[in-house]
Every structure is written in structure tokens, then in C-alpha cells.
Write a protein that binds this ligand. Structure first.
Ligand SMILES: Cc1ncc(COP(=O)(O)O)c(C=O)c1O
Length: 462
């Protein structure tokens, strides 16, 4: 909004509010002490000689801040909300929905929260490393309660701000203590991995993972890229239910990956965001991590309870660093705490208490396992129904069985960007542009509609 500031006598300098920039309307232009440009507009007054007028516009100090693009995953939900079509389907964000496509709060979470209310727990700060009861159960859940590395005190566990915050804390640790090391991430990977390492100033490169021809794992490519990386790189691995592809290595392939990592003196860095959610079984989904740990390797593992306990907004997870001695674990933990303190000081307590109550209580723990099996089972049913619908409706002879070989919340459809755009623009199906759909956001009733949309996009859009 333009505003006339003052008509000033030619001898007095213009006084300008801090958030205003004087604009040029004629005459000479000179910067003031704050670097703002000012234009004095001089003319002759009939009665009093020369008068100077300064004209200003309200301008933000943040003029140089450019508009950030919408997040490729969370931006999809924003676009979904803006769509008024009744057929719309949000398969963008990885969040579990009921068959009625409603968000779901687990019964065990409600029970744990009730217990917490009854106990009347306070809201005092947690220590920097988080809630002790949470840290104990989270490491046990991940590694197995009887794991010797726990008994030997070789694991540094720090509560984190869910999976993302735990990865970010570990990335800061890598940057500080391994400034020359590089992170290796799969191609493709969960979009935020790149942001996390970029912002932590950890250089990264990609290893091959996905083979478009088979919509499967490019195992040879993966192995040769891990081999070719500089010794001592941090190899980021998805513990189970690889995001976005839903393609996991077999147990034999995991062993070979561990061999190469060991040969190259790399450090495995697991991202475990879906324990129990992939197969429905907590131990099975942790088997990749446990096999690496049982080799005596030092391993980093980030954990998240967003999906398996539905605690998305509670921001609860952990970073675990398995070290070769208890002494190293104590030092690593002290440095993780030192990094956390100026970033966010200490973590939130609510989600940590929920996890501690559920995992630490045998009856709630069993109930959780049942609920998790139900959630994982619903996703498997939807996966099967989508495959059946595609196979029945598509008369081209295309083999859609890769959908059944994928695991977890997601299916990587193999649709390219233009085809994914068609899914959204024509069919109101919201998904990420890499062709990923979240089956957790799909109901059995919507499978046929989705199959029509996929077949149309696949065959009619190049
Ligand atoms: C592979 C992977 N890692 C980490 C996360 C972290 O999620 P959150 O920060 O909600 O725990 C996600 C979530 O989608 C993920 O898919």
C-alpha cells in the first residue's frame, strides 16, 4: 500500500519507519542509513520555496525470502482438501484409515491415556535423553529384550521427535563426528531423507534399489553401488516395508548386504518406521536390524511410533546407536544429548508415556499386537482386492502381480509423473508424483474405482 509519508522542508531529512521503503517517483535517489532507497521529490511552492516529499511503500524485510514449494507428500493432502469432488481419494500421505476411510486411534492408546489420567502424572520437563521407561522398552522392542548388546550396556538410546527427529539428530551427529563421511540412500527413498541430510550438511549419494522393468529390487545394482562408495560411508537402509517401493530384500539378500557393508567398513544406518506394520509381526519386521547387530556391527537405528501405534502427531520415536563397548555407548549418548539440547532441549512426554505403558504392560502389549495384526491385515486385504480388480478389468495381459510382492503401507504402481497427474486431474486420486499410493488410505469398496483410474492412466497416458 503506497502512502505519502511527509511533506518535508528541503533542509530536513526524511524520517522513515523501519518497515518502509521509499519509492522513486522522480528526482534523485539515495540510500539512507539503513540501506533503504529514498527519493526526494522537489518542487517549488508558491509561498515557501522548495519542499521535499517522500513517498513510501510498506515493504517486508523478508523481500528476499522466496516461496518454498509445497512438500511433495504433505502438499498432496493440502490439494486433496481443496478438491470438492465426492469421488476424491487421498492415497498420498502414509496414514492408516479404517474401512470407512476415517483416522483411527488404537484402543490400547486410549487405555494407556486413561491410565495416565488416573495416575495424574505431571508435566515436568523430561531429561534431554527422554523418558527412561520409554528408552528401555523401545530398545527392547527393536532388538529383542534378551539381546546381549542391551545386557552389556552397548546401546545409546535417546528419545527423538518421532522418526524424522531421530534421523535428524543422528545426521547432526554424523556431521559433527564424521565430517568427511557420506550417507548412501536408496534410489528412490522416502522424500525427507534428502532434506534431512541436506539440512544437516551431510553429503549423500544414491545407491540403485528399484528396477522398473520388474517393479522389483535391483539387487546387483544395490550391491555394486554400496561396494563402490568410499569406505566408512553411512548406508541408510529401510528396516522393513521400504518407502516408497514396498520392496524389501529377502533374508538371504540382507545377509549379502551385511557382508558388503562389513567388507567396506561402512556403518549401517537403519530407518525403522514400520515395525509390526509390514508383516503384522514385531519380531519379523525387526529381523533385518537384529541380524546386523548379531554380527557384532556398530549400527544406528531410528525408530518411529507414528504408524504402528498411530501416534503420528505425538512425535515419538528414538535413535539407538549400537556400539562395540559400553564406554563408547556412554560417550555417544552424551554427545547426542549435547546436540539435542540447543535444538529442542528435551522431548515431549505424552507419546513416550503411551509407548512405555503399552509396551511395558503385558496385557496392553498383547492387545496392541492384535490391533496391529488387524491393521496390517486390512492393508493386505486391500492389496489383494486391488490386484484382483486390476487383473479382471485390464484385458491387455499386463502382469500386475508385483503389487502382491510389495509389502507394507505402500504400493509403487510404476506410474510415471504424467500418469500420476492423470490420476489426480481426471480421477481425483491424490498420490505422490513418483507413482506411490498408500494402501492404508484405501477401502475395499474403492478398489474397483482405483483400478479403473490406474488402467486408464497406464494405458492412455504416455
Ligand atoms: C521411511 C520413513 N522414515 C521415517 C518416517 C518418519 O515419520 P515420522 O517422523 O512421522 O515418525 C517415515 C514416515 O512416513 C518414513 O516413511
Amino acid at each position: 500500500m503506497a502512502s505519502i509519508v511527509l511533506p518535508l522542508a528541503s533542509t530536513s531529512p526524511s524520517v522513515v519507519a523501519d518497515n518502509r521503503k521509499l519509492v522513486r517517483i522522480g528526482g534523485s535517489c539515495m540510500p539512507n542509513v539503513r540501506g533503504e532507497k529514498r527519493r526526494d521529490f522537489s518542487f517549488k511552492s508558491r509561498s515557501s520555496g522548495r519542499i521535499t516529499m517522500a513517498v513510501a511503500v510498506n515493504v517486508s524485510r523478508f523481500e528476499g525470502v522466496t516461496m518454498a514449494p509445497p512438500d511433495p507428500i504433505l502438499g498432496v493432502s493440502e490439494a486433496f482438501r481443496a478438491d470438492t469432488n465426492d469421488l476424491k481419494l487421498n492415497l498420498g500421505v502414509g496414514a492408516y484409515r479404517t474401512e470407512e476411510l476415517q483416522p483411527y486411534v488404537l484402543n490400547v492408546v486410549k487405555k494407556a491415556e486413561k491410565l495416565m489420567l488416573e495416575k495424574g502424572e505431571n508435566k515436568e520437563y523430561l531429561p534431554i535423553e527422554g523418558l527412561a521407561a520409554f528408552n528401555k522398552v523401545t530398545a527392547e522392542l527393536l532388538l529383542g529384550a534378551g539381546n546381549p548388546v542391551l545386557q552389556q550396556g552397548r546401546v545409546a538410546t535417546v528419545q527423538g521427535l518421532s522418526g524424522t527427529g531421530s534421523l535428524r539428530l543422528a545426521a547432526a551427529f554424523i556431521q559433527r563426528y564424521f565430517p568427511d563421511a557420506k550417507a548412501l540412500i536408496s534410489s528412490p527413498t522416502w522424500g525427507n531423507h534428502k532434506n534431512i541430510f541436506n539440512d544437516a550438511r551431510v553429503p549423500w549419494s544414491e545407491y540403485r534399489y528399484y528396477e522398473p522393468k520388474t517393479v522389483g529390487l535391483d539387487f546387483d545394482g544395490m550391491i555394486s553401488d554400496i561396494k563402490a562408495a568410499p569406505d566408512g560411508s553411512f548406508v541408510v537402509l529401510h528396516g522393513c516395508a521400504h518407502n516408497p517401493t514396498g520392496i524389501d530384500p529377502t533374508p538371504e539378500q540382507w545377509e549379502k548386504i551385511a557382508d558388503v557393508i562389513q567388507e567396506k567398513n561402512h556403518i549401517p544406518f537403519f530407518d525403522v518406521a514400520y515395525q509390526g506394520f509390514a508383516s503384522g509381526n514385531l519380531d519379523e519386521d525387526a529381523s533385518s536390524v537384529r541380524s546386523f547387530v548379531s554380527r557384532g556391527l556398530e549400527v544406528l537405528i531410528a525408530q518411529s511410533y507414528s504408524k504402528n501405534l498411530g501416534l503420528y502427531a505425538e512425535r515419538i520415536g528414538a535413535i539407538n546407536v549400537v556400539c562395540s563397548s559400553s564406554d563408547a555407548a556412554a560417550r555417544v549418548k552424551s554427545q547426542l544429548k549435547r546436540l539435542a539440547r540447543p535444538m529442542y532441549s528435551n522431548p515431549p512426554v505424552h507419546g513416550a508415556r503411551i509407548v512405555a505403558n503399552v509396551v511395558g504392560d503385558p496385557s496392553l502389549f498383547n492387545e496392541w499386537k492384535e490391533e496391529m495384526e488387524l491393521m496390517a491385515g486390512r492393508i493386505k486385504n486391500v492389496r489383494q482386492r486391488l490386484f484382483d480388480s486390476l487383473s479382471q478389468k485390464d484385458k491387455s495381459g499386463k502382469d500386475w502381480s508385483f503389487i502382491l510382492r510389495q509389502i507394507g503401507m505402500f504400493s509403487f504402481t510404476g506410474l510415471n509423473k504424467a500418469q500420476s497427474d492423470n490420476m489426480t486431474n481426471k480421477w481425483h486420486v491424490y498420490m505422490t508424483k513418483d507413482g506411490r499410493i498408500s494402501l492404508a488410505g484405501l477401502s475395499l469398496a474403492k478398489c474397483e474405482y482405483l483400478a479403473d483410474a490406474i488402467i486408464d492412466s497406464y494405458h492412455n497416458v504416455s
